[in-house]
Design a protein around this ligand. Structure first.
Ligand code: MN
Length: 266
């Protein structure tokens, strides 16, 4: 029991989708270093908007990385894959024991409403939840340059609460933090109903073939209460519990009443 105090320190896997050199993951790893033992396993390049993609048709390479945290140097690895790859690889191969928590972020840009489906940041946390580990995704709600230190303080408080209580099975948290000096508080929210109205700019390549570049803008279609969009727009930290079970449970009985059998089967 000589290492008794060490054994009590939670093991925290830190990942992201902005890449291992992004300022957001440095800020998150720094505050996690105050909470437990940090191991960083993150994409070597930016993987924003890859969603829950995994790499199956090419090898994934892992490179030890020099990653400074306040207590010294964290064990860290850069991976030539997606955020979901990073979590799978870390949990199955890299980590010496099961982590107590997986945190993803802090993403540079909000991940609210339908965007959680496109988000690599959220998908890393979702993958951890699928594999039975408590997980939280953190995003800072701005695309402008903005310091991550205040959002990292919120991340630390939320992580301490989760480590104390533990998440329900297969539930992860999606946290969005406004880029404001005077955050008003914290709200537990649901995903707003929303979509992107797409546009594609058509250009011509040097061989005169058309190519397309996605543009488009986010449209909130939900003016109901307690949405994540409303929370961050009104200066609140938004915490949305998510689950990867996409079954429309409330519609199961309805669809069981439909006539699915071929003609004549009564
Ligand atoms: Mn990102």
């Amino acid at each position: 029991m000589a290492n008794g105090s060490d054994e009590k320190r939670p093991l925290i896997l830190v990942t992201n989708d902005d890449g291992i050199d992004a300022p957001g993951i440095a800020a998150l790893a720094s505050v996690m270093d105050e909470v437990g033992e940090v191991v960083v396993v993150a994409p070597i390049d930016e993987q924003s908007a890859v969603g829950h993609a995994i790499t199956v048709h090419q090898p994934v390479r892992v490179r030890p990385w020099n990653f400074d945290v306040p207590s010294g140097t964290a064990e860290a690895y850069a991976v030539t894959g997606t955020p979901a790859d990073c979590v799978k690889l870390a949990l199955s191969t890299i980590l010496k024991r099961e982590p107590d928590l997986v945190v993803s972020g802090i993403n540079h840009g909000e991940n609210i409403a339908v965007n959680v489906l496109y988000s690599g940041t959220v998908s890393a946390a979702t993958e951890a939840s699928i594999l039975g580990i408590d997980a939280i995704a953190f995003s800072l709600c701005t695309n402008e340059a903005y310091p991550f230190d205040m959002s990292a303080r919120y991340a630390k408080t939320i992580v301490e609460q989760v480590l104390k209580v533990g998440l329900p099975r297969c539930i992860l948290l999606n946290v969005n933090i406004p880029a404001l000096a005077d955050i008003r508080g914290v709200a537990v929210t649901r995903l707003a109903h929303s979509r992107w109205e797409e546009g594609f700019v058509e250009r011509r390549d040097p061989r005169d073939r058309a190519y397309y570049w996605l543009t488009g803008h986010f449209v909130n279609l939900d003016d109901g209460d307690s949405t994540d969009v409303e929370a961050v727009r009104t200066g609140l930290v938004s915490i949305t519990p998510l689950q990867h079970d996409l079954t429309a449970h409330s519609w199961l009985e309805e669809f069981r009443d439909w006539k699915w059998e071929a003609n004549g089967s009564e």
